[in-house]
Design a protein around this ligand. Structure first.
Ligand SMILES: [Zn+2]
Length: 75
């Protein structure tokens, strides 16, 4: 009779381990949803280089890859 109880405890442990493993991908997806969305890719008006909008400088005529290019295009 003691063997049956040990078997039940082992089966319950395996069931709990598997159910916790199945919930891991869901938790991982929730963490990804918290991350900020990727920045838009924009093109430098002067040299046509593509870069994330967060890395560039915005001018009156559009985006520029650097403040130097903005000054050259919009003196
Ligand atoms: Zn440029």
């Amino acid at each position: 009779m003691k063997f049956v109880w040990v078997l039940l405890v082992v089966l319950a442990g395996v069931w709990l381990w598997r159910s916790s493993r199945q919930s891991d991908p869901r938790l991982h997806r929730e963490n990804e949803a918290v991350e900020p969305p990727p920045l838009d890719m924009v093109r430098c008006t002067l040299c046509s280089v593509h870069f994330p909008s967060g890395d560039g400088v915005q001018g009156n005529k559009g985006w520029y890859c650097s403040a130097d290019h903005r000054q050259r295009a919009e003196p």
